[in-house]
Design a protein around this ligand. Structure first.
Ligand code: SF4
Length: 126
């Protein structure tokens, strides 16, 4: 009579041991030339990351000119529109009326002190 237990038994040496599973390397992010962040200079890239970290730790800036404020100026009070200093050119603008780092409704032609706008969008726009 076959010994059921022995016949079912196989030592680990009998089996092919799977290769140690290594996590697959994440592909490096490819640069997207249309990504506004790629158009920033080195100083702006650093500021971009610093403001994002600040917001992660402390929440969004408010719109006031206080210590937690972005000193937001609505479109009707923005004297720099012709120079391209508008929220719609800023890397934080999310479209609609949203900003990644400033709370509340944001107008496309407004501006605040935290703007980060690629150089190619700055200048006198006529
Ligand atoms: S300028 Fe940029 S950071 Fe400031 S409110 Fe407009 S979109 Fe947000």
């Amino acid at each position: 009579m076959p010994n059921y237990w022995l016949s079912e038994y196989s030592s680990p040496d009998d089996e092919e041991m799977p290769d140690e599973e290594m996590p697959e390397e994440e592909p490096e992010d490819e640069e997207d030339p249309d990504d506004p962040e790629e158009k920033l200079n080195d100083r702006q890239k650093m500021m971009y990351e610093q403001y994002e970290q600040c917001v992660e730790m402390h929440g969004k800036f408010d719109q006031t000119s206080g210590g937690n404020g972005a000193h937001y100026a609505p479109a009707s009070k923005n004297p720099f529109i012709k120079e391209g200093l508008v929220c719609s050119n800023c890397v934080y603008f999310m479209g609609g009326q949203g900003c990644e780092i400033v709370a509340g409704k944001i107008e496309a032609n407004a501006i605040c002190k935290l703007w980060i706008i690629p150089e190619e969008l700055l200048g006198n726009k006529k």
